[in-house]
Design a protein around this ligand. Sequence first.
Ligand code: NAG
Length: 407
Amino acid sequence: MEKWSLMTIVALLGLIVRWTVSLGSYSGAGKPPMFGDYEAQRHWQEITYNLPIKHWYFNTSDNNLQYWGLDYPPLTAYHSLLCAYVAKLIDPNWIALHTSRGYESQRHKLFMRTTGKCFRKGLMGKGLFLLIKLGFTVVVSFALCWLPFWTDVKQILQVLRRLFPVDRGLFEDKVANIWCTISVLFKIKTALSAETQFKLSFALTFLTVLPSCIKLTLQPSLKGFKYGLVSCALSFFLFSFQVHEKSILLVSIPVCLVINEIPFMSTWFLLVSTFSMLPLLLKDGLLLPYTVTTLAFFTACITSFSIFEKTAEDDLQLKILSSSIRRYISWFKAFPDIMKNLFLVSITLMGILTLMSATLDPPQRLPDLFPLAVSAVSCLHFLFFLLYFNVIVIWESRESRNQKKTN
Ligand SMILES: *[C@@H]1O[C@H](CO)[C@@H](O)[C@H](O)[C@H]1NC(C)=O
């Protein structure tokens, strides 16, 4: 009973925080002619409701793809269509063809917030039978989603072209991944051909997900699976092609799954992931919600997870690694201290950079100085976390094997 009331309180608290934050501004508010992501979501409702399905992904006189053309998979488009039916019931002006462009009102904002679209992308137990069942479900649902587009090779190719915007380049804005960070020193986008960039990005993504995937295939375990999710998502964020800043959320979600196992490192990671989106948040006028929710989250983690008391080797899941190291370097016992000090340096740096980004004007010759600094600092953190999570995936199974042996 007590557990239920606690869960209810936590859920309601989460709801209130979201509700409060939703009062803030949003991407592209009052910024014609293109507006922003909010308009993209609204425009997709307009397009999917008013145009025949065969026109959704094509440039036509009623569907200018340069104006927020649909570039997400069919399932997202169906969801837009569903929302459009609801919108039509409330106020047809919200999705009227052409005339609804840039529509803004308090009621519409409430509608958009409650239909809750931000972004979505499509990322075991009793052996083979389960695998076949799972595979079957995936294939069938995939086939159903694509059904309307199958009739025609032209349709399929156009949808794929919209979903994989290869010609948009290796990266666009100041995203905290390896490509944007390297570009500070080496202009990778101009120095290498598009094809080389593509191959390089593919190769690095593939190679960095490989260790945890191999480990998981050879020694499957629930724990390994959770940490494997984190490390693979992080590899994709750091090395793959055309990554958006907000894709770090795809790493944050699995990190939330392990926050009770490694509270100190998870809290640290989640703080960095939000910080990495600072330029985006500042652009949308969300400094206040960012500051308040970050401080509240940090305080909650300090008090409810006692993160600063959970830095022993056991709590960091680094026991086996450190005892292996100690076999060669007998005086080594520094992990907890190293981590704590790094953490302090890290949050100080993030605090200073936040303050500078929010209050100072960048030098005229370097207008992107602050966003770049935020990206580069976050990227260094993410590389460190990639190493850390891979160490857990690779050492963790050995640990559970040892435990089984002793049991
Ligand atoms: C796409 O269609 C719009 C009109 O809806 C037109 O202005 C634009 O030039 C077209 N773009 C391409 C690439 O054909």
